[in-house]
Design a protein around this ligand. Structure first.
Ligand code: CA
Length: 619
């Protein structure tokens, strides 16, 4: 019996030892790599693997120490707070995961060297014009990636809400086109993995914040795109979404903590009323539904009040800036995440990259609500966003109406004047991103009833008033689309972007005469703007709209640009220049920007019907 007991004990002990030493698989560590020489020495790793929480992490690497290990509700996660000392050298080290004295898993983690390059991370500014494109709809440069293993949605070019196959290669192939057009920065809607079964083309339900969607390319392809763009003098702005992630994110069936998402007893949609976040009279009910309600059934509402979620998002943005060499970020649905977290995020970015820019999607009808979100704004509730740039949605609404209307007290071009006259609410109105349309609005040519003259006026205004202009892909070839007809209608494929396309609008031969007229007009305007500091940075002085004519000046270091917009459909208008004598003092001539012709300034000037005139004033 004693021997039997001994054998049993031996077997048990061996099997325990075997179980004890059983290997654990580390599925994932986020961020996937990091850098030495960062201004903030802290790094929090999310480690994901079955029962990883039963282990103890050990790192033996000079300059790197684990300050704290955080256990969460799910046993499949460990959060490691590392401190990376200034003396830490770049290299790959092993994270040892131990049970008792036995090692059950290892993970090789790489620290790269942060290279200080004065040309990188400098942000965008008023010298830039941003080109917004949707990668799935711009150009299909590589048809072999249209369908990829493991990706749920397959290409279906006939479905306006399906994937059409555009990709990073398609963008890279047309960098020269964009450079020639005269834009200086590209904002692509999200390129990260969106492995949702439907509507995945838009990319706003990301299922991996650290991985480019394989149907767009690879992380390395994206990094190459940034480098190629930089060689041509083009900046890259990445679209990020912190409010929500796709419900198919890897953690979907195993959330680290029960409060990882803002959970509700049953699906609860956001009320989309972003204004309640700054509204001094808002009810808590509305506020809670606004920020904690879900944007859509496919988009899980992340709880940035959980510091682990907050760190995950903050580090992700820094990882991309550093990895890809980004020039800026456009942040989606800006008022929807918790605003204190967003301010913390901005401060963290600016700590690492003091000249970097982020532009927020601040979709409001009124300037005051937009202004609330811009850095240095004196908000009465004390909120300071630290957000460097916001989008001027009130001006977008005005542009979409002004050129269609007859002159009136508050209609026609008075709309533009009235919006700009409220600039006193902004800490700095030059920081506004200005645009006539984006991927969620009517295309401007459709808003303007396909009137080319109105379109030229809208473009002339956009490129000469204050702010940082953005144009939506296809604007230059008069693409049409109406939001009321569905998102697909305003997100059509760029003609010529697909093999076999009948027309190639990337080339003059593939454009209609009207498209070439528009393209050449915008190209001339953009390339002039690119070299003109006065129109980029100059002080705006405008005059009340009279007889349907809006006149304004941009002044910069003794240089002046004069802009006259005559919105009268049928009649030329003769204006008396005396009204502008303060601004015209000392100038005798003007050069027409579009033609290069020079004229003597007269007492009166006749403006052709429905047209813009832009003059560089000459002493
Ligand atoms: Ca493709």
């Amino acid at each position: 019996m004693k021997i039997k007991t001994f054998l049993l004990a031996l077997v048990l002990s061996l099997s325990c030892t075997f179980l004890y030493a059983q290997k654990i698989h580390v599925n994932r560590v986020d961020p996937p790599s990091w850098w030495t020489g960062m201004h903030d020495p802290n790094l929090q790793l999310l480690v994901f693997g079955p029962k990883i929480s039963e282990t103890r992490a050990v790192i033996n690497y000079p300059g790197v120490r684990i300050e704290q290990t955080i256990h969460v509700a799910s046993p499949d996660y460990l959060f490691l707070d590392l401190v990376i000392a200034a003396k830490a050298k770049p290299g790959t080290f092993t994270i040892h995961f131990k049970k008792g004295r036995k090692e059950v898993a290892t993970y090789a983690y790489t620290l790269n060297k942060r290279v200080e390059n004065p040309k990188l991370y400098q942000g965008f500014n008023n010298s830039d014009v941003i080109y917004l494109l949707m990668p799935d709809r711009f150009a299909n440069g590589d048809t072999t990636n249209d369908n990829m293993p493991g990706m749920l949605e397959k290409v279906n070019i006939k479905n306006p809400n399906g994937r059409h196959g555009g990709d990073i290669k398609g963008i890279e192939d047309h960098l020269d086109y964009l450079k020639n057009l005269g834009v200086t920065a590209i904002w692509s809607t999200p390129l990260m993995e969106d492995n949702m079964p439907v509507y995945s083309y838009h990319g706003y339900a990301m299922t991996d914040y650290y991985k480019v969607d394989p149907r767009f390319g690879t992380n390395q392809d994206y990094r190459n795109l940034v480098q190629e763009a930089h060689k041509k003098g083009l900046k890259i702005i990445q679209d990020m979404v912190f409010n929500h992630c796709g419900t198919n994110y890897f953690w979907k069936n195993d959330l680290p903590t029960p409060d990882w998402y803002n959970e509700w007893p049953k699906f609860t949609r956001s009320n989309y009323h972003g204004g309640v976040v700054s509204d001094p009279h808002a009810s808590h009910y509305d506020y809670r539904h606004m920020v904690a309600g879900w944007f859509d059934t496919s988009m899980a509402d992340l709880n940035q009040d959980n510091p682990l979620v907050a760190n995950y998002l903050i580090q992700n943005s820094i990882w991309w800036i550093q990895y890809a060499g980004l020039d800026g970020i456009r942040q989606d649905t800006y008022p929807y995440p918790y605003k204190d977290f967003m301010a913390k995020w901005m401060q963290r970015i600016l700590k690492e990259y003091p000249h970097f820019n982020v532009v927020g999607e601040t979709w409001f009808s009124y300037p005051a609500t937009v202004a609330y979100w811009l850095e240095n704004n004196r908000n009465k509730d004390g909120y300071h966003s630290h957000l460097t740039n916001v989008f001027d949605f009130p001006l977008m609404y005005a542009i979409n109406k002004a050129f269609n209307e007859k002159p009136g007290w508050d209609t026609g071009l008075a709309r533009l004047y009235d919006v700009l006259s409220q600039d006193f609410v902004y800490s700095n109105p030059m920081k506004l991103g200005i645009f006539a349309g984006n991927h969620d609005s009517n295309r401007i040519f459709s808003s303007l009833h396909e009137n080319l003259k109105s379109w030229k006026m809208a473009m002339a205004f956009l490129m000469t008033t204050r702010g940082i202009p953005e144009i939506y892909y296809g604007t230059e070839i008069l693409m049409t689309g109406e939001k009321a007809k569905g998102d697909g209608n305003i997100r059509k494929d760029f003609p010529g972007g697909w093999p076999g396309d009948k027309m190639d609008a990337f080339t003059p031969q593939g454009r209609t005469p009207e498209q070439n007229d528009a393209f050449n007009y915008l190209r001339t305007l953009l390339n002039w703007r690119k070299g003109n500091k006065t129109v980029q940075f100059g002080k705006l002085t405008h005059y009340i709209v009279e007889n349907g004519v809006y006149v304004y000046f941009r002044s910069y270091k003794g240089h002046k640009v004069m802009v006259m917009l005559n919105n009268n459909n049928s009649k030329p208008v003769t204006i008396n220049m005396d009204r502008f004598s303060d601004d015209l003092k000392g100038y005798s001539k003007g050069k027409f920007v579009m033609t290069g012709k020079i004229m003597e300034l007269q007492k009166t000037m006749t403006l052709p019907a429905k047209s813009p005139l832009i003059l560089e004033l000459i002493r």
